[in-house]
Design a protein around this ligand. Structure first.
Ligand code: NAG
Ligand code: NAG
Ligand code: ZN
Length: 410
């Protein structure tokens, strides 16, 4: 039969359908958890967050990569919605804008309760799966959103933040971003500053995932070394296939493997092929590469839908996920490996992060030193009255010295 050349096109068509059907069968009980989607930013840009505007109806929303029918067709069962505020808000209204983007995600869940279930735990994701809803979680994209404040960090946790991307495409006073590695930005902290290390400790204590998309390699290595729990790259691809500094180099993939962490692959053409054009097959190459270097347990999806202007042929919007899964099956990924990449790996990492959480530990209190804060429009309450511990110890010694001298002479 195989010698009948005229059968080949038929075989090709049938197997294509076979893998696509298999993908759908698997995704019906293991839907995809995507690490990064910028729909909330689109809602701000298009409607200034007015969800009741008719054109903002998520059932019919046009011109975006994401809407309710597309999420359904793509078997999206979990979504980390990106709470993003651009770097030019740093030292300005960044906290206000972060809160507004959290609010728009929460209102999305309230307006479309049949579609979205806002959750903040791995158990919540499983509940949404059972109910056939899109588990909706908050990932805050950019350390500038905490405005160098552990108090803001904790408040964002209370509002549902379950990952924090340590930087966007700008340094914070306490962590360096990827543009340091391209030479477009000066190294400031050489990775994480002492305050940045306290941020990582506090994220561990709270049970918030540490996201290393957008950070410099030095920051990646510092965080991977320091964190007591696995970390994620919510939307980054493989550097050895496309040498963009937004991607993860192989030596870091090795650390990802050791730390049982996760790389959720970004679909942006310029991070997939390093050109303006890319295909679904090239995205599958990235998934294969990460699997080969870091193991199948390190692979996930972070499409960056609605955050990018160019997407691969075959992955034009969130509805196309089953085609990508079909391609992995065609490449001999086992069903278990595929289920891991879809959801199991993220759930494993999230559960490990929840396990490390220890709210009985004392919170980090030591603020960033005043001279490391930037921006001229800040007030200095707290700093003027209560110098930092380090200064206080110095002052204490200085003020005690005369007393000690007196005691000596007595
Ligand atoms: C969105 O549009 C659909 C169909 O046109 C309608 O049934 C639904 O009530 C609308 N939803 C909201 C929240 O306006
Ligand atoms: C998948 O496995 C089959 C059978 O073992 C083999 O013939 C085929 O070459 C493999 N395909 C890929 C892409 O590795
Ligand atoms: Zn991003």
């Amino acid at each position: 039969m195989w010698t009948r050349w005229w059968l080949w096109p038929l075989v090709a068509v049938c197997t294509a359908d076979f893998f696509r059907d298999e993908a759908e069968r698997i995704m019906r009980d293991t839907p995809v958890i995507d690490g990064h989607n910028d729909l909330p930013w689109q809602l701000l840009e298009m409607f200034n967050n007015r969800l009741q505007d008719e054109r903002a109806n998520l059932s019919t929303l046009a011109g975006t990569h994401t809407n309710i029918p597309k999420l359904r067709a793509g078997f999206i069962g979990g979504q980390f919605w990106s709470v993003y505020t651009p770097c030019d808000t740093q030292n300005k209204d960044t906290v206000r804008r972060t809160l507004e983007q959290i609010d728009v995600v929460q209102r999305m869940c309230q307006m479309y309760p049949d579609t979205f279930l806002c959750v903040s735990s791995s158990e919540g994701i499983r509940t949404a799966f059972r109910e056939g809803k899109v588990a909706s979680l908050i990932g805050v994209e950019g350390g500038h959103s905490i405005d160098s404040s552990l108090g803001v960090l904790r408040a964002l946790y209370q509002l549902g933040m379950r990952y924090l991307t340590l930087t966007h495409s700008c340094n914070t006073p306490w962590a360096d971003n990827w543009l340091v590695d391209t030479g477009d930005s000066d190294a400031h902290s050489q990775g994480l500053s002492p305050f940045g290390q306290r941020v990582v400790k506090e994220l561990n204590r709270l049970g918030v995932m540490i996201d290393l998309a957008h950070v410099s390699v030095a920051t990646m290595k510092d965080a991977l070394r320091l964190s007591r729990a696995p970390v994620i790259f919510s939307h980054s691809s493989a550097y050895s296939l496309c040498t963009s500094r937004r991607n993860v180099p192989d030596d870091v993939l090795q650390l990802v493997k050791e730390r049982e962490s996760l790389v959720m692959v970004n679909f942006y053409n310029n991070y997939v092929s390093c050109t303006n054009e890319a295909t679904l097959f090239q995205v599958a190459d990235h998934l294969d590469h990460i699997k080969n270097v870091a193991g199948a347990g390190a692979v996930g999806f972070g499409g960056d839908f609605d955050g990018v202007s160019r997407l691969p042929e075959g992955l034009e919007d969130v509805s196309k996920y089953p085609d990508l899964i079909a391609e992995l099956l065609r490449r001999n990924w086992t069903e278990a490996e595929v289920r891991g990449a879809l959801a199991g790996n993220l759930l494993r990492v999230f559960e490990a992060v929840e396990k490390v959480r220890d709210l009985t530990q004392a919170p980090e209190e030591e603020p960033i030193p005043l001279d490391e804060l930037e921006g001229s429009c800040r007030t200095q309450y707290g700093y003027s009255g209560a110098p930092s511990l380090y200064h206080r110890q110095g002052l204490l010694l200085a003020s005690l010295a005369p007393l000690l001298l007196c005691l000596w002479f007595l």
